[in-house]
Design a protein around this ligand. Structure first.
Ligand SMILES: Nc1ncnc2c1ncn2[C@@H]1O[C@H](COP(=O)(O)OP(=O)(O)OP(=O)(O)O)[C@@H](O)[C@H]1O
Length: 264
């Protein structure tokens, strides 16, 4: 079998006495959307932070296309094609969509010594990217990001990762606080990123959103990966919820009943 794009093995991460990750493993194939699920505190964010170079691992190995890597900073991970998009996506609201797409990597107009940004190129690329990512309305690339909706901002961040050729785009709770239509928009941007050759890790508390978009589901519980090959087409939401909680139907019913009695 082909070497996966990303392979993480025996990942341990301790914060003092707290063992956030215990021999966690994760792989992501080329052109694959992996959904990462788990209850609060299961270790999802920590695993992603390790993969994006934001926190150092205590022990374990990370491979990119079979090559062992050591990420000490987020720039190391970005240099290996791994881009993480957080909810607020680090966009500058006062600047245009085009400027945000190129933030820190702006093309320079000739003659280069004058150090003038090539606004025209930025606008042309931005227009094309917005189309690729599937922003349906005709939004000019000169529009300030501050006037975009939450879903459109996610689209700009995804477009940026696509343009700078990130192989893996990690989306941490991209649909949080979004309305129904906006959420559907973001899910379709993620599908388009996959269809144009990128892989994604999608973290969301809303299991229904995950089911709609991912190719495979990975579940974490108490720092460990307890399932890494759930096919959303063959499993039900309830089955996956059981894996997340580690509870049987009976235990879930008892917990609900107990909760109901407490409320009553
Ligand atoms: N900086 C930190 N210092 C100490 N403990 C931490 C730190 N970050 C996370 N933890 C602990 O590590 C464990 C895993 O947390 P993590 O945030 O990775 O879980 P999560 O699955 O992302 O949860 P959530 O869905 O609530 O964001 C938890 O017990 C958490 O309290």
């Amino acid at each position: 079998m082909a070497e996966p794009l990303i392979r993480m093995e025996n990942i341990r991460k301790s914060y003092g006495r707290v063992q956030a990750l215990i021999d966690a493993r994760l792989h992501v194939n080329e052109r694959e959307i992996v959904g990462l699920l788990g209850d609060n505190g299961a270790g999802k964010s920590t695993l992603i932070k390790v993969l994006s170079g934001a926190v150092p691992l205590t022990s374990g190995d990370i491979f990119v296309r079979g090559e062992k890597v050591h990420f000490r900073t987020t720039s190391d991970a970005i240099a290996h094609g791994i881009e993480t998009i957080y909810q607020d996506s680090a966009l500058v609201t006062q600047l245009s969509i085009a400027r945000n797409l190129f933030l820190g990597r702006e093309p320079i107009k000739a003659p280069r010594f004058l150090n003038r940004m090539d606004q025209e190129t930025m606008n042309t690329v931005a227009r094309d990217l917005l189309k690729q990512v599937g922003i349906s309305k005709n939004i000019p690339p000169t529009t300030p990001v501050g006037s975009l909706s939450g879903g459109e901002r996610q689209a700009v961040a995804i477009a940026r990762a696509m343009y700078f050729d990130s192989d893996l785009i990690i989306l941490d709770e991209p649909t949080n606080n979004l309305g129904v239509a906006e959420t559907q928009g973001v899910l379709s941007f993620v599908r388009r990123a996959r269809d144009s050759g990128h892989s994604c890790i999608f973290i969301a508390h809303n299991i229904h959103h995950v089911f709609q978009v991912v190719d495979r589901i990975v579940v974490m519980r108490r720092g460990k990966v307890v399932a890494d090959d759930i096919d959303p087409k063959k499993s039900s939401v309830e089955e996956v919820e059981r894996v997340i909680t580690g509870m049987s139907d009976e235990e879930i019913r008892a917990a609900l009943l107990e909760g109901g009695q407490r409320l009553g």
